[in-house]
Design a protein. Structure first.
Length: 132
C-alpha cells in the first residue's frame, strides 16, 4: 500500500520452473551388471549423473518418523525442469539433505504433465541402500 497515493500496489514474484526445480542436487544411479572377482555376474548401482539439479520433496519429519516406526516406506517426489531419462525399477536417486542424512529414492513412476516437455515429476520410494 502506497501511503502517498492511497493506492495499493500489487507485485508479482515470478519464478521460472528452472529456478524452482534447481533447489537441490542429487546423483542419479542406474542398475548395472558387472563381472565379479570370481567370474560371476554381480548387480551393482553405478553413477550415471552427479550434481543433478532438481527439487526433492521428502515426507514431513513427523510423517517420515511415523512411517518408519510402522516399517513402511515413505513416498517422496522429485521435480525436474528437464527430462531426467529414468525408468521405473532401473534407477534410483541419492540425495544428501542439509542435516547430512543420505536418502535413497527408488524411481516408481515418471510423469511429464500434459506432455509439454517442460516439467517432470518422479514419484519415488525411499528405502535403505539395497543391492541392485
Amino acid at each position: 500500500f502506497d501511503l502517498a497515493s492511497g493506492k495499493s500496489e500489487r507485485r508479482r514474484i515470478v519464478m521460472s520452473l528452472e529456478s524452482l526445480c534447481s533447489t537441490h542436487r542429487i546423483t542419479i544411479q542406474v542398475k548395472t551388471v558387472t563381472k565379479g572377482s570370481a567370474g560371476g555376474m554381480q548387480r551393482t548401482w553405478a553413477n550415471q549423473r552427479t550434481n543433478v539439479k532438481c527439487r526433492v520433496k521428502l515426507s514431513s519429519p513427523s510423517e517420515s518418523h511415523d512411517l518408519k516406526q510402522e516399517a513402511q516406506r515413505t513416498t517422496p517426489r522429485v521435480y525436474f525442469y528437464f527430462n531426467p531419462n529414468v525408468k521405473t525399477g532401473e534407477f534410483r536417486f541419492v540425495y544428501v539433505d542439509t542435516a547430512g542424512e543420505t536418502h535413497y529414492l527408488y524411481v516408481k513412476s515418471v510423469d511429464n504433465p500434459h506432455e509439454l516437455n517442460k516439467f517432470w515429476k518422479v514419484d519415488c520410494e525411499e528405502n535403505k541402500d539395497v543391492p541392485a
